[in-house]
Design a protein around this ligand. Sequence first.
Ligand code: NDP
Ligand code: KPL
Length: 327
Amino acid sequence: MMKICVYGAGAVGGHAAARLIAGGHAEVSVVARGAHLDAIRTTGLFLETEGQRIGGKPAAATDDPSTLPQQDLVVVTLKAHSLPGIAKPLHNLLRLGAAALFFTNGIPWWWHHGMDEDGSLKLLDPEGVLWRDLGPERVLGGVVHSSNAINAPGIITHYAANKWIIGEPGGGTSLRAEEASDIFEKSGLHAPISPDIRRDMWEKLTLNIAANPLAALTRLPLGRWVEAPGISDLGVRMITETLEVAKSMGWDLTDVIDPAKAVPTRPNKSGGRPSMLQDVEAGRPMEVEAIVGQVQAFGRENGVATPAIDVVLPMLRGLDVAVSRPA
Ligand SMILES: NC(=O)C1=CN([C@@H]2O[C@H](COP(=O)(O)OP(=O)(O)OC[C@H]3O[C@@H](n4cnc5c(N)ncnc54)[C@H](OP(=O)(O)O)[C@@H]3O)[C@@H](O)[C@H]2O)C=CC1
Ligand SMILES: CC(C)(CO)C(=O)C(=O)O
């Protein structure tokens, strides 16, 4: 049986792990920590979705990946800023030739892989440890469209969508991408293979570039933005700038994304708690650089002005410091 580890089995990773465990097509282990890990060990890992609870006990659950056997696939679902800290243990967890499939929002650290430049993006892997200790050739790219939260230790609540796009950084497909997609699909995770994963990343980023920081800064879920005139307008400007940056780099999504339709325009009581809002409320660091900072950096490199992003980014950086490093 294929050995799969979900490294960082939180909201998104917990969703994937619960379905993989319930599917029974692979030997699934998870890396988690704290009370969530305790609950997974004692009771199991469960996903509440469409009135059902699915999941079970993984083959192993640990906060020390060196206790696990080497894996055929590691699904990495930590927040972007946590990734440099796991470069070595992640590398050691992979059997020779196995892939690390990253489902992380925003621009990934390995962006340059297979392109003209070399090395990690500095904002995302400042010391270059992921490039050096893990290696970009281990990477399978991923984009997840699925909204989830850990609402109690060991229990993930699924709110919407179940699409896990997988792609080779170099484009096209491969045996390892097909194997990953196949096991996901068998386990009830819709996992198409993309011929151009960077395009999917830009497309997803247009959902996060405004929604995540503006919800975190205002503490308003998306369904309440209409109560404060101007938030959605600012969001439209940030999405428009992101589309311009993407276009300047060769990904033109202006035909498929209408910024005005990508922001909330109606009240919705149940609606929309982006992961960055969940982070700020829990006093956790936010994915500032992957979701916002790197878009500004790409804009600067390519001569694209990003005036709205330029205002939001320092405020978000400040909030991140205040929340994650209180005085
Ligand atoms: N939540 C959502 O609905 C969506 C999230 N995403 C993206 O998916 C990615 C994952 O987000 P999400 O699932 O929300 O994040 P979570 O914080 O819920 O999950 C990450 C988990 O990894 C754990 N963790 C972090 N570092 C370690 C470590 N060194 N060892 C063991 N466990 C560790 C965290 O524990 P601890 O809490 O203790 O830090 C947490 O349980 C992000 O890029 C996010 O933007 C994409 C789509 C939707
Ligand atoms: C589900 C979605 C799109 C919500 O903004 C997301 O990606 C997140 O919460 O980070």
